[in-house]
Write a protein of this length. Structure first.
Length: 399
């Protein structure tokens, strides 16, 4: 067994590690023996020197170590990586993530035992994000395992996320292995055809975590004449609504490119283009304009981007969620349904529900919370890592 540099934890600061939480913050570190390089494998020891775990090191991030294993006899090597990929792939297959779509999240960072690694499958292509120095060092082993086990046409790198700067890494994007992906990869989700821009789209190209919520929208669509999809991106919710029988959908997004792709997706599914209306602009402003005009909708979908990236931003995020839900409720018909979401992991579901309830008070209406929505099975929530439970949503009826 190799001898690694050691990270010694301050007395009393090892409790979360003993519960197998994988993060070690800089304030918990008492001392470092050896000279670990950025992303290097290190052993984590308690104050008394006893082994706790093994992970990769970063001197630049507030998270000094991300633990990969809590087993002293387990090496972080090719076999270790292959076992993680096989376990993750097998779980998705058994859980049925492949039954309603040919696209799903294959590796979900800490939840699958690979902190800083996201791998999404879009049809025959894999898209990866490596957001930490340690995952960047493991990239060759991870890509090799993915290629051998999944056997995709190509593996594309979308490590162009801002969070890499916290680890002293520059953004990277490009082909890692195999064939270059086409301009748009066509996927199937719940019987709907969708074009995904994996090279330049948001995140890895699409919001796979809303697959089940899009399906549920279709099941709630009965009797809906007009639907409003706010932060619509490329129209996943919109097409689900239209295919289920909605009269028309109005899409609001700040990106003209996303709305252009939404229009292509509408045509791809054989839907009359007149039933899909696109508005390019700031969602907060457009909703207020609609309220001033007296517009009313049967169903409104609010799926905004993350409003809080740090604890310091949580209060501002709460105000943002309250404001946009309040304005949306003003233009929702009595008896109408609101599908409202938050992907801010720092905002707990109970707090988000309270924010929506307060928004209803300000909108001078009442709500029934009739269903909770969350991330699907290919975005598993790890028992020792509550931060993995990030997506929360509610179906509300205005009364």
């Amino acid at each position: 067994m190799n001898t690694f540099p050691k990270i010694h934890i301050r007395a009393g600061r090892e409790k979360s590690l003993l519960r197998h939480h994988p993060w070690i913050f800089s304030g918990a570190v008492e001392k470092i023996t050896g000279s670990p390089s950025e992303g290097a494998i290190v052993d984590v020891c308690a104050h008394n020197g006893h082994f706790i775990g093994r992970g990769y090191y970063s001197s630049k991030s507030q998270i000094t170590v991300r633990v990969l294993t809590f087993k002293a006899d387990e090496a972080v090597d090719e076999v270790f990586i292959r076992n993680i990929v096989m376990r993750a792939s097998g779980m998705r297959t058994r859980a049925g993530a492949v039954l309603s779509s040919d696209s799903y999240r294959l590796i979900f960072s800490e939840s699958d035992g690979l902190p800083g690694v996201i791998v999404d499958k879009y049809g025959d292509y894999l898209v990866c994000q490596f957001s930490t120095a340690g995952s960047e060092k493991l990239k060759p082993l991870i890509v090799s395992a993915l290629n051998d086990i999944i056997q995709p046409k190509g593996i594309y790198d979308r490590s162009d996320v801002d969070s890499r700067s916290h680890e002293g890494l520059k953004p990277e994007k490009g082909l890692l292995l195999g064939a270059e992906p086409p301009e748009f990869v066509q996927i199937v989700e719940n019987g709907i055809q969708l074009l995904v821009d994996i090279r330049n789209g948001h995140k890895t190209g699409f919001y796979l975590d809303q697959r089940e919520s899009r399906r549920r929208l279709g099941e709630w669509i009965e009797g809906a004449g007009e639907v409003l999809n706010v932060f619509s991106y490329t129209g996943g919710f919109s097409i689900s609504a239209l295919k289920a029988g909605a009269g028309c959908v109005t899409n609001i997004d700040s990106s003209q490119g996303a709305l252009n792709l939404c229009a292509q997706n509408v045509g791809l599914n054989g839907i009359d283009s007149a039933k899909s209306i696109n508005i390019t602009g700031d969602a907060f402003r457009v909703l207020r304009e609609m309220s001033a005009e007296g517009r009313q909708f049967d169903i409104i979908v609010l799926d905004p981007p993350k409003f809080a990236d740090s604890k310091a931003q949580v209060m501002k995020a709460c105000r943002g969620y309250k404001d946009i839900n309040m304005v949306a409720l003003r233009i929702l018909k009595p008896g109408g349904r609101l599908f409202t979401f938050s992907c801010s992991g720092l905002l707990e579901a109970d707090l988000f529900q309270k924010i929506v309830a307060d928004a209803a008070l300000d909108a001078k209406c009442s709500l029934q919370f009739v269903e909770r929505l969350s991330q699907p099975c290919d975005h598993p929530i790890h028992s020792a890592f509550p931060e993995s439970a990030y997506l929360k949503g509610f179906v509300c009826v205005k009364i």
